[in-house]
Write a new protein. Structure first.
Length: 580
């Protein structure tokens, strides 16, 4: 229920609360539930007046929708929508009485007008909110699917992009070597010439290599909410498929039906008939809400939805039959069945769309994270090589020029030639520095990290052989694991209730390929609202805090291969959580 209320709240200020679908859907409701009733009023006879009332009501909603689109702020849009719907619903019974009077039909008693206005406000607020939730959720769902397709394309191109990046980087290294070789040969044999070579050409190429190494790794993580809020993403139309359908929250259909039809029943039925109707509605609602949720039914896909739909139809027919028994004309009694079944289908559609949207958002988050991990892993060796080449030029070539200029204010020719030979040797090492850049040694440092912490806390370590092999063959992943473990042990020492912790490293197989999962568990309950800082290194690595029965776990997982797949990297399987 809370999810539906939140979705309605978001839709109010979205700028698309009222759409042509809202106006179109108001027609059948105006001709059935909201049609004029009373002594001497036949709904068929009043059809012309009802149609004219709907035209006025639809035109007023169109004006509110135009003002909603025109407004620029969310608060202003919400104010326009709420005040506009209240105004339209308030004036609707007045306009309807006017058309009834022009048609020569009897009017409802004047003292019922405030009661009818309140009823219109409740009914139209509920119905238009349901329609807005459906429209907004379906639009977000289409955007999520479009984003998933674009992420799939990016994943498919990630390996090719990494190869292109490596090729471009290799060409840049060759250009740097050729340009600097020529500059060294043409070096002016003076202290000023050596300074210019170091501070201009060598320094420029060092910066160019370093900037290229950062270019492919500068993009920050993007969340599913940010992606779905990006209006630059085209809203692609998905292939035709059935509207998502899911059993709505318990009691929702009963509450909506009662809010919409109780006012009419209260003024047309005797107290005894009204109590009987309320009891029948409650019993039918309980049956329709609880029976589809039985385990024997939910085991089979889509059976719960079908059972709910059939039970809703049965409850609607039973309510209509009860109304006929109580003396209501069959035509008016049919409104009960139409209203109940309609509200049930609308609520089930809302619940289904919201569930599909949450599922797609989860898939999108996993896909975006996988795309970023894949791109970062694919280009990381090249970036490390560029950084190593830039550091070589900066530390050895540029440094040699500065030291030489300080030590030789007026250098001799043979001294300059020796410097040229040393600089040429450094430049010749650029390709080797690029192709054989040493990776981080975190897999070696983990041993010393464990030894250090084992002296101050009771530390349990669980690393399987596959994880050990992964640490040796994926040094950059090992460095990230080192950061997570170090942070987890530090937090354990600062916040845990007991001086003990457990570290586990396991290689796991997922739909997105093999991953290395690291967990650091510590004793003690987490503080209420405890979470990772948005700008922290752990948040950047995709780590998360998980509450376990006796403490807290800091967990992260890292991709070990570059096999593209738009599949969630996390599966809901039962795994043994290491206990500290």
């Amino acid at each position: 229920m809370r999810n539906l209320l939140r979705a309605a709240g978001r839709a109010v200020g979205s700028g698309r609360f009222l759409t042509p679908w809202s106006i179109a859907a108001s027609l059948p409701l105006s001709l059935t539930v909201m049609a004029p009733t009373g002594d001497g009023v036949d709904p068929l006879t009043a059809l012309a007046a009802t149609g004219a009332t709907w035209l006025c009501f639809g035109a007023a909603l169109a004006v509110v929708a135009a003002l909603e689109r025109w407004s620029r702020t969310r608060r202003a849009r919400a104010a326009i929508v709420i005040s506009g719907i209240v105004a339209c619903a308030t004036l609707r019974p007045v306009v309807q009485d006017g058309w009834l009077h022009l048609s020569g039909l009897p009017l409802p008693p004047t003292d019922q007008l405030p009661f009818r206005i309140a009823t219109n406000i409740v009914v139209w607020a509920v119905v238009l909110s349901i329609l807005a939730v459906l429209e907004s959720s379906l639009r977000s769902l289409r955007r999520a699917n479009a984003l998933l397709r674009s992420v799939a394309q990016e994943l498919a191109r990630a390996k090719q992009d990494a190869q292109v990046f490596a090729t471009d980087a290799g060409h840049l290294i060759d250009r740097a070597r050729a340009t600097l070789d020529a500059a060294i040969i043409d070096l002016e044999p003076t202290s000023a010439g050596v300074r210019r070579l170091g501070s201009e050409q060598i320094r420029e190429w060092s910066h160019r290599l370093a900037e290229l190494s950062e270019a492919k790794g500068a993009a920050g993580p993007r969340s599913a909410d940010d992606a779905l809020a990006d209006d630059s993403i085209p809203v692609a139309r998905p292939a035709r498929r059935r509207l998502p359908f899911r059993v709505p929250p318990p009691g929702m259909v009963t509450l909506v039906y009662a809010a919409c039809l109780f006012p009419y029943a209260a003024r047309t039925q005797t107290p005894l008939d009204l109590l009987i109707g309320i009891a029948a509605l409650a019993a039918g609602g309980v049956l329709a809400d609880l029976l589809p949720r039985r385990r024997t039914i939910t085991r089979i896909p889509h059976r719960a939805s079908w059972v709910f739909a059939l039970l809703s139809l049965a409850v609607g027919v039973a309510l209509a039959a009860l109304a006929v028994v109580q003396g209501v004309t069959p035509l008016l009694a049919a409104v009960s069945a139409i209203a109940y079944v309609g509200f049930a289908l609308a609520a089930a559609s809302c619940a289904g769309v919201l569930h599909s949207l949450r599922r797609e958002q989860h898939r999108l988050s996993s896909a975006v994270s996988a795309a970023q991990d894949l791109a970062r892993a694919g280009t990381r060796p090249t970036r490390e090589g560029l950084r190593a080449a830039a550091d070589l030029l900066h530390a050895e070539a540029q440094g040699a020029c500065i030291v030489f200029a300080l030590a030789h204010p007026t250098p001799a020719i043979d001294e300059v030639q020796l410097l040229q030979d040393d600089l040429a040797a450094v430049v010749r090492r650029l390709p080797d520095a690029f192709t054989t850049a040493p990776g981080p040694s975190a897999h070696v440092s983990l041993t010393s990290l464990f030894d250090t912490w084992a002296h101050v806390i009771d530390l349990r370590i669980d690393i399987d052989e596959a994880a050990r092999a992964a640490l040796q063959h994926a040094p950059w992943v090992a460095r990230d694991c080192y950061d997570v473990i170090a942070e987890g042990l530090l937090n354990s020492a600062k916040h845990a209730s007991e001086r003990r912790a457990a570290v586990s490293l396991h290689r796991v197989t997922t739909g997105a390929g093999p991953r290395l999962r690291v967990r650091v568990s510590s004793a003690g309950a987490a503080a209420p609202g405890a979470r990772l800082r948005a700008s922290s290194r752990m948040q950047e690595l995709g780590a998360r805090l998980i509450r376990i029965p006796d403490g807290v776990t800091l967990e992260a997982s890292f991709a070990l291969s570059s096999v593209p797949a738009v599949v969630s990297a996390e599966h809901r399987v039962r795994t043994r959580t290491p206990q500290p």
